[in-house]
Design a protein around this ligand. Structure first.
Ligand code: ADP
Ligand code: MG
Length: 340
């Protein structure tokens, strides 16, 4: 290193190198579930494994929202739980802002719990029914910032206002709110810790369509105002298209396709993505709706090949014989298909 280089290196603002890296880096995470059942079922059917997440890798840049899409059972929720360490991984790594999440000690985990927040599908079961709104949101403020009393109430109020609620909602219990309002409270609670990453698992799927639009608009607004980084899980491509910078299509525990939202929606490469796009409801084109053929992937003891092969309209023998890697075609648009 020359003197000039050394000097330049020393002039670097602390954190510059770090901020250039992706906020979240997920590398080859694996989670299989043994679903053989009791001794009798095991004897009868043999050992059975669901490869819920089977070597998933992706990165999320600061301020970016990625949409993780796929049918029910494709492994989306399990992936999110692995990232937040709500489930132990079998293999792989998760890095958040240069910190090794899966190797974090108990003490470090407390800090990471603050950095990674979840928003779940059903706000009714994710909010404690015996707590008032002030406590639901305020608890995290006490745990992570040591706030109490009036200071805490003031901060809760700010958070409520940020999600479109007000002081009249402070004293109420979850059952006194509508579904959309409850999800707003869950969002305020997630924001309370000032997390660097939000994992939103089907956050609007339990809401009526008109309410969905309002909550999505709120999330978009918060994204731009607060620069949130988000992994947004949904089975609904229309929702994913609306909220995501990039889309990851998941099926049978694997990423099938990845790319910027426009490219994936307009020039999908994977037959599974195309099938998902064909089946999505579109206003004014009800005739376009047809169910995806074949059984959705519950990958019980799957072979080495493509998990979509049995339902694929363009599959060939080779698809089932070898593992199909995710390959970048151009500009961050990747696909795991030998026929694409
Ligand atoms: N705790 C568990 N025990 C056994 N199987 C599970 C468990 N959690 C998830 N699975 C299975 O793993 C697969 C992926 O599940 P999940 O991650 O919930 O998918 P998604 O969120 O995409 O609907 C499914 O086949 C599901 O039945
Ligand atoms: Mg799920």
């Amino acid at each position: 290193m020359t003197d000039v280089e050394t000097e330049l290196r020393m002039m670097e603002v602390p954190g510059t190198a770090e901020s250039a890296r992706p906020l979240l880096s997920v590398r080859d995470v694996v989670k299989h579930f043994d679903v053989s059942g009791g001794t009798f079922r095991r004897l009868l059917y043999g050992p059975r494994t669901v490869k819920a997440v089977d070597g998933v890798s992706f990165e999320v840049a600061r301020g970016e929202t990625i949409g993780l899409v796929g049918e029910s059972g494709s492994g989306k929720s399990t992936t999110a739980k692995l990232v937040a360490r709500l489930l132990p991984v079998m293999a792989g790594e998760v890095w958040l802002a240069g910190r090794d999440v899966l190797k974090a000690s108990t003490g470090e985990m407390k800090a990471l719990r603050k950095e990674i927040q979840f928003i779940f599908q059903d706000p009714f079961s994710s909010l404690n029914p015996r707590m008032r709104t002030e406590m639901i949101i305020g608890r995290a403020l006490t745990i992570h910032f040591g706030l109490h009393g009036e200071a805490r109430r003031e901060r809760v109020l700010q958070l409520l206002e940020r999600v479109g609620l007000s002081s009249q909602h402070l004293e109420r219990y979850p059952h006194e709110f509508s579904g959309g309002q409850r999800q707003r409270i869950a969002i305020a609670r997630a924001l309370a810790t000032e997390p660097s990453l939000i994992l939103a698992d089907e956050p609007v799927s339990s809401l009526d369509v008109s309410i969905q639009a309002q909550v999505l608009a709120l999330l978009q607004d918060l994204r731009t105002r607060l620069g949130l980084t988000m992994v947004f899980i949904t089975h609904d491509l229309n929702v994913a298209e609306y909220v995501s910078d990039r889309i990851l299509v998941m099926y049978g525990g694997k990423i099938m396709e990845e790319g910027s939202t426009d490219v994936v929606m307009q020039r999908p490469l994977h037959p599974y993505t195309r099938a998902l796009l064909d089946t999505r409801p579109r206003i004014g084109r009800p005739g376009q709706m047809r169910p995806l053929e074949g059984e959705p992937a519950v990958p019980l003891n799957p072979g080495p090949g493509c998990r979509f092969a049995s339902r694929c309209p363009i599959g060939v023998t080779e698809c089932t014989e070898q593992s199909i890697p995710l390959v970048e075609k151009r500009n961050g648009h990747s696909v795991a298909c030998i026929k694409a």
